[in-house]
Design a protein. Structure first.
Length: 507
């Protein structure tokens, strides 16, 4: 945005033209709002903000019983908008559509007496707020209600909208009101790979599993599902295929699949590739998770002399098996990444104990067959109760740059509101660590969220795989969106690209 014009409400008519700061943000040092004769007092951007942004301010009450509303995703006349209502004893989320107001949620957060240091972060279709440096609440696609399983949305989340403050009682003082647009990676218009025709092995989904560079060619191992079992999240049986590229952006899918489950075994129904490396003897090895219809029992390996196969499963699979009863990975081991760091193989893997949510652990090996779990496991888990990754955290992609390790992970939580049943929301976060044990989350998380508008990635993003080449970072991810609302269980592969410099910036 070239400028932001904050307009004090129609009650007073005061306007504030704010020039950009050196960092690109817009700052209003101080402004007061006072409700007059029951009329709404509004301070807002004069035009819609495009893309992602952060808005923050210190809110002080000059008169008791102050009730302030922080709104966003608003059309020009604000007849459609979403807002959080702040009072000392309650935080509530409302939606206004065509002038009709609906309570979406009573948040489990008590703001307390002002002053409040308030921050609103928009990331794709997510809105996240912090009050006094605490995670207070988040919401996803608030302009409409969503069925994540059927990929149906009742209203498309607007790609742009006005934002600001409204006052209905009392008087407040806003200090250090700052608005700054934020960006991270390029936003693609279309997926790079998509599901296939009816009857194909990938008629339902095609999402990324692992990356390998071999003799100058890039290999993207993918997971494809048919539509043989609608009760399953994938929609049917999952098999492993491969696509090739010479530039990481244009891909050719090899139509036949490389690997599938075997009846009567631990991977009987579905296998999903999660990693690809070269074995000590130079062979290509892919790692995969297996589903037998009732359990994810561990991680298996398959070997080949050629990156295009044929692949032969290791007879001693799974090489990483479930933990002992009562341990954090005793009930399931599934999503993971197999890579090489500091002359050893590393499994950055997901485990589950049956009741406390998915967590992430580390296992290492020198020969790919014998694995040693880290005694600090699990090394990464869900964050606080009011965050987008408060229930499940799954290890997806791990790289080392310099002396720092970076991990893309999938976080999940239930989004609850009064207008729809609770829905699981999975999306992608980024974290970093120097020792693989203590992790720091990125301040712009979720880093690859679902997007607004009518897009292929507006409902679900997951399964991220990153690759660094030169001064660029390529992130491949699975996606589902309301662009495919008539096609249940369908998913595609997207690609986002950013500079290595931006990737390494932690702001």
């Amino acid at each position: 945005m070239n400028r932001v014009l904050l307009i004090k409400s129609e009650v007073t008519g005061d306007d504030y033209l704010i020039e950009p700061q050196e960092d690109g943000s817009y700052l209003l040092n101080e402004v007061s709002l006072a409700a007059q004769e029951g009329r709404l007092q509004r301070l807002a951007t004069d035009k819609a903000l495009d893309g992602d942004f952060r808005m923050s301010a210190t809110i002080s009450a000059a008169r008791p019983a102050a009730s302030i509303q922080v709104f966003f995703a608003a059309n020009q006349d604000c007849s459609n908008r979403v807002y959080w209502s702040l009072t000392p004893d309650a935080l509530r989320l409302y939606r206004v559509s065509a002038g009709k107001e609906t309570l979406l949620r009573d948040e489990r957060f008590v703001p307390g007496q002002p002053p409040w240091r308030f921050s609103l972060l928009k990331r794709g279709a997510y809105y996240l707020i912090r009050i006094n440096e605490q995670e207070a609440a988040w919401v996803w696609h608030p302009s409409g209600d969503v069925d994540t399983f059927a990929e149906v949305v009742t209203a498309v989340e607007p790609a742009s909208g006005r934002t600001g403050f409204e006052l209905i009682n009392g008087e407040v003082l806003l200090q250090d009101l700052q608005i700054k647009q934020v960006s991270w990676a390029q936003l693609p218009g279309e997926p790079i790979l998509s599901f296939g025709p009816l009857g194909s092995w990938y008629e339902g989904q095609l999402f990324p599993g692992a990356l390998l560079k071999y003799d100058g060619t890039y290999y993207l191992y993918v997971n494809g599902s048919d539509l043989s079992a609608s009760e399953q999240e994938s929609g049917g049986r999952v098999r492993v295929g491969v696509a090739t590229s010479t530039d990481l952006q244009h891909w050719e899918l090899h139509r036949g699949y490389l690997l599938e489950g075997k009846s009567g075994t631990w991977d009987a129904i579905s296998i999903m590739v999660n990693g690809a490396v070269l074995a000590p003897d130079g062979r290509v090895v892919i790692s995969y998770m297996g589903w037998n219809g009732s359990k994810w029992s561990g991680i298996g390996l398959a070997f080949s002399d050629n990156p295009e196969g044929p692949f032969e499963k290791y007879p001693g699979n799974p090489v990483l098996r479930l933990g002992n009863p009562g341990e954090w990975d005793s009930q399931a081991i599934h999503e993971h990444h197999l890579t090489q760091i500091d002359n050893q193989y590393v499994l950055f893997y997901t485990g589950y104990d049956g009741y406390s949510g998915d967590k992430v652990g580390i296992a290492t090996s020198t020969d790919l067959i014998h694995w040693q779990r880290d005694p600090n496991n699990p090394v990464m888990g869900p964050t606080g109760p009011k965050t987008w990754d408060s229930v499940h955290v799954r290890g997806r992609s791990l790289i080392k740059i310099g002396d720092m390790c970076y991990a893309l992970y999938e976080g999940a939580a239930q989004e609850k509101r009064k207008t729809m049943p609770a829905k699981w929301c999975d999306t992608i976060g980024l974290a970093r660590s120097k020792d693989l044990i203590s992790w720091e989350r990125h301040p712009l998380n979720p880093i690859l969220p679902q997007q607004t508008g009518d897009r292929f990635d507006s409902i679900w993003t997951g399964w991220p795989r990153m690759w660094v080449e030169g001064e660029k970072v390529y992130i491949f991810y699975g996606a589902g969106g309301n662009k495919m609302i008539t096609q249940k269980h369908h998913a595609t592969t997207g690609l986002r690209i950013l500079s290595l410099k931006r990737f390494l910036e932690w702001k």
